[in-house]
Design a protein around this ligand. Structure first.
Ligand code: C2E
Ligand code: CA
Ligand code: CA
Length: 434
């Protein structure tokens, strides 16, 4: 793949890089010769499609002249990053293609491109400009036997990487199918959020000794025409990745607090209300402030509001989590640690956090009464949590045996299908009034 006798018309004026047409010619020639067994040496290559993120935004911020310089710097950077066996071309304004022939495995090419993407720091007139890129990788001959097919797959791989919050994506039929479904789900979710297609169900929490309802947990439901519900276990993680959780959760909190207001007005003012908070919500200050605004706009008994969080946030950003949880507590709101036991936190670690309640994950409760490891752990959690003055709630109680066992080990609060399934608010009202 020599570069010697190629005409200057094949080179990009701004960057001096070869144009993609040149690469197309070189590769087409290469593929033909390879199929005639005339080519000995490299028998596969990767085509990488590189796209600068938010280039329109850069143009608006810095103007076209500076952006031309940015492109030039990036082109220079890419040219220095690739060795003799590789080849960089400019495809269109902010898009480049790299041909890589010297790699040993999928992982190696991934790592190499990751290094290229992460090392791109541009400085224009002493001003550092942060550049991020997305890359899609297609491999010859695995993903196509002609350059246009490969380019198309590399481009889709990069587009889908961006859509799902990743930097790099190697094309694969299976992954592509999954990602396309995910992207469709993201679009469907957006439509659902815009049209407020969601509902809240409420699952009662009981005092296991007196059998009284002490509170309810709000659980989001997404009804589908003639198809029941899509489970929050499916759409919440996707909404977290796409950050749509921010707007969805604002709707959930508003809806739940309105319900709390209605319950208080109708005399049910003792009922505690638990709302699940995504760890994403605690990560973003601007989003967290919007949630504080929503909370401030209600006049309910906040000492009867509980936010349930999981360990993910606590482990990743302890200090921020503590600070924001304290801001919630300043309203009188209580904090529950959900799914306890599934993560890595020990109770002593949790002692340092502003947490009032521990909810033992249902996987532990469901191991009762088989006397295995989980049951021993459940016992230990219960006795330690009591000593440390946490309120403990057992979730996922499904059998009488489990209920009896929990009562016996003095776990005084619990939730589960045995006691009551999550219900829409109107159905729940009848139960609450009994
Ligand atoms: P989670 O917070 O642990 O909620 C408890 C889940 O267990 C609920 O599933 C509930 O319906 C289910 N459940 C209750 N009792 C039993 C039982 O006896 N046995 C079994 N096997 N399951 C029981 P759901 O409603 O499908 O929610 C799944 C997860 O989705 C929740 O787990 C929570 O992580 C998330 N989620 C649900 N609603 C919201 C929400 O409004 N906001 C956020 N951020 N996440 C939510
Ligand atoms: Ca929960
Ligand atoms: Ca849980």
């Amino acid at each position: 793949m020599g570069k010697a006798n190629l005409r200057p018309a094949f080179y990009d004026e701004l960057t001096g890089l070869p144009k993609f047409n040149l690469l197309r010619n070189v590769l087409t020639d290469y593929i033909v010769r390879r199929s005639c067994n005339q080519f000995v040496g490299v028998d596969r290559f990767a085509l990488v499609y590189l796209d600068i993120n938010n280039f329109t935004y850069l143009n608006e911020t810095y103007g076209y002249k500076v952006c031309d310089n940015i492109i030039k710097c990036i082109a220079e950077y890419l040219a220095t990053k690739v060795s003799d066996l590789n080849y960089v071309t400019r495809v269109t304004s902010d898009k480049f293609a790299i041909l890589c022939t010297d790699f040993e495995s999928h992982q190696k090419i991934y790592d190499k491109i990751e290094e290229v993407i992460n090392g791109c720091n541009i400085c224009i007139s002493d001003q550092a400009i942060h550049i991020t890129m997305s890359a899609g990788i297609a491999l010859f001959p695995d993903h196509g036997r002609d350059i246009d097919t490969l380019m198309k797959k590399a481009e889709t791989a990069s587009y889908l990487a961006k859509k799902t919050g990743k930097d790099i994506n190697i094309y694969s039929d299976k992954l592509q199918k999954d990602i396309i479904e995910q992207v469709q789900m993201i679009n469907k979710l957006q439509n659902g959020i815009d049209k407020e297609e969601f509902l809240l169900f409420y699952q009662p929490e009981y005092n296991l000794i007196t059998n009284e309802i002490i509170g309810v947990e709000a659980l989001v439901r997404w009804p589908q025409p003639e198809k029941g519900f899509i489970s929050p276990d499916i759409f919440i993680p996707i909404a977290e990745k796409s950050k749509q959780i921010y707007s969805l959760e604002r709707w959930i909190i508003n809806e739940a607090l309105q319900q709390k207001e209605r319950w208080e007005k109708s005399g049910l003012d003792n009922i505690e209300l638990s709302i699940n908070l995504s760890s994403k919500t605690l990560e973003s200050e601007s989003n967290f402030q919007k949630i504080e605004e929503i909370i401030s706009s209600y006049q309910v008994d906040f000492t009867k509001i509980i936010f349930e969080i999981t360990e993910t946030i606590i482990l990743s950003q302890v200090d921020l989590a503590i600070e924001r949880l304290k801001r919630l507590r300043a309203y009188g709101i209580k904090i529950a640690l959900d799914d306890f036991g599934t993560g890595y936190s020990s109770l002593t670690h949790i002692m340092k956090l502003p947490i009032d309640i521990i909810k033992i994950d249902k996987s532990f409760i469901q191991s009762i009464p088989h006397g295995n490891e989980e049951t021993v752990i459940t016992n230990n959690i219960l006795s330690l949590a009591h000593e440390l003055n946490f309120r403990v709630v057992a979730e996922g109680i499904e059998t009488q045996e489990q209920l009896d066992y929990l009562k016996h080990t003095s776990c005084e609060r619990g939730q589960g299908y045995l006691l009551c399934k999550p219900l829409p608010s109107d159905k729940l009202n009848d139960i609450l009034r009994k």
